[in-house]
Write a protein that binds this ligand. Sequence first.
Ligand SMILES: O=C[C@H](O)[C@H](O)[C@H](O)COP(=O)(O)O
Length: 255
Amino acid sequence: MVSTTLFSVYKGNGGLRIIATQFESATGTTTMTQDEMKQAVAQAAVDHIKGRLESDSIIGVGTGSTANCFIDALAAIKNSFAGAVASSEATAERLRGHGIEVFDLNSVSEMEFYIDGADEFDPHLNLIKGGGGALTREKIVAAVAKEFVCIVDQSKQVDLLGAFPLPVEVIPMARSHVGRQLAALGGQPVYREGFVTDNGNVILDLQDLEILDPKALEAQLNNIVGVVTNGLFARRGADIILMGTPDGVQTLRHA
Ligand SMILES: O=C[C@H](O)[C@H](O)[C@H](O)COP(=O)(O)O
């Protein structure tokens, strides 16, 4: 078994600080598939929280393939906390499948951690989320948690958000109206046909945007009548990002 920890720090350069890179392998080689990177960050997230859990702790859990890896890893320590709040029906089902109790958010007054993936993140830890359509409940659960731990593989890292189409959840009867408003912003709204969110709404994916000011755009989109929420997580972005790379898991924080 080869175990390596590389420490590197840079500050004031894009707002990001790399705390550590950790890698362990049986062979010493650094080849990892994307799935293995997701599993590695999922385990790193469990390691990050497990020492700080109490028997009455409730954990917020996101949605998607990386969050699924986290749920599977979390199952190993399920007796060390009370349960979880799920950001989607799919996540609730997976949690229950592992014997982890799922709580209604309205019955939870305090939550230490929210753990979830992302579709893109930038050097300021702003995110695009909602590729799986769970953005609204994700944003609500993230808002309650004290620390948002985002788990990603390195394919999600960008300098500027917007290459990934920005999901906007919309009340069905407002779809055309919102679409026109989004087009006026310079993007190309594409209706996610056949998809209905857990909240009974539809998604417009906003393509061809260069998002220069994520916080401003997040607020601007929320102000369009008929928009429920949008997939920019900038006003409440990640507090820490665990990023899987072929060379190990990097921990990224604000400088
Ligand atoms: O609605 C889906 C969520 O925002 C996911 O966190 C996001 O799409 C990333 O998913 P994955 O881990 O499957 O890439």
